[in-house]
Design a binder for this molecule. Structure first.
Ligand code: ZN
Length: 314
């Protein structure tokens, strides 16, 4: 399967910074969202409505929502784990799409959201219904689909059954998440293909962390297997407070570079993404993992030929 257009969901304002030690000011989160929109992002995960004691970095969810730019052409996603979170997100009046999460193993589901695996599927379906009841849409993500930090291998049949059960509730798509970054392209190819078949005609979204360097290869494999939407985070920031050793998301600028050079449109402006990377590095006070942010895009060759004499490099 090959497509010439992929939608990228910008997740830096939530997944990107939720695990950062440095507290990020609300104004900086909003500036990050504004800059991502200027670079072409049209669907963005902007915050999560979770217990602020568990995830202090997201304690300003309501304040972020109030300050979001008013745009009809942008979809704002708020991540929620339960009915209370859904109610909070809906009450802001600024969230367009609820993001629900089910977890593929019981141990991880317990640590991440205090539920069993089946309980997380039920919560997911409930959140989708709550969104639809008030005229919003919902997306659903299956966390730890490629491996669990506590239980190891995750049976593919289980992931497929969960995807099917959630798809029945009518989310805009089903996502497979490699929360701890253990996936490989062959596994991704297999699971995306099977889940696509199981949830057809719903699209499949993928969410990869680059913890072991397989992030971009997994994105490519997922697209070849028919995934239509990819989560990515400017600068490659990211992690999970409940997944030991989890590193950042695949970087938006790295994914955009790879896809655009391969003839697949993303709607993103690479130069602007790189500018956002440099701005974000200053805000975070450190270098960011993204590689294209450091190296820049494809070389721009000057068209003039008059300066050839001065060239010394061979
Ligand atoms: Zn993630």
């Amino acid at each position: 399967m090959y497509t010439n257009r992929i939608e990228i969901v910008e997740v830096s304002a939530r997944d990107g910074i939720q695990n950062e030690k440095r507290a990020v000011a609300t104004a900086d989160k909003v500036a990050l969202i504004e800059r991502a929109i200027e670079a072409g992002a049209r669907r963005l995960e902007v915050t999560s409505f979770v217990n602020p004691r568990a995830v202090p970095q997201m304690a300003d969810a309501e304040e972020v929502c109030t300050a979001l730019p008013q745009r009809d052409d942008v979809t704002y996603v708020g991540l929620v784990m339960n009915a209370r979170g859904a109610d909070r997100a809906i009450a802001t009046g600024r969230i367009d799409q609820l993001g629900a999460v089910a977890v593929s193993t019981d141990t991880f589901a317990m640590r991440n959201q205090g539920q069993t695996r089946d309980g997380s599927v039920e919560a997911c379906r409930d959140i989708i219904e709550r969104a639809q009841n008030v005229g919003l849409t919902a997306q659903a993500t299956l966390a730890a689909s490629f491996g669990c930090p506590f239980e190891g291998e995750v049976a593919e049949d289980r992931v497929i059954a969960m995807a099917r059960a959630i798809a029945e509730a009518g989310p805009v798509e089903i996502a497979l998440a490699d929360t701890i970054g253990v996936g490989n392209p062959a596994h991704v190819d297999r699971l995306v293909s099977k889940v696509r078949e199981a949830v057809d005609p719903l699209p499949v979204r993928v969410h990869f962390h680059n913890t072991r360097g397989t992030g971009l290869a997994n994105v490519w494999a997922a697209i070849q297997a028919g995934a239509q939407v990819v989560d990515a985070s400017i600068g490659g920031l990211g992690g999970c407070p409940f997944a030991p050793g989890a590193a950042g998301n695949v970087a938006t600028e790295d994914v955009a570079f790879m896809l655009e050079r391969a003839g697949i449109q993303t709607g993103l402006d690479l130069e602007r993404l790189i500018d956002v990377n440099h701005w974000l590095a200053e805000v975070m006070g450190k270098d960011l993992p993204a590689m294209v942010g450091k190296a820049g895009g494809f070389p721009k060759v000057e068209e003039t030929s008059e300066d050839t004499e001065e060239r010394t490099a061979a």
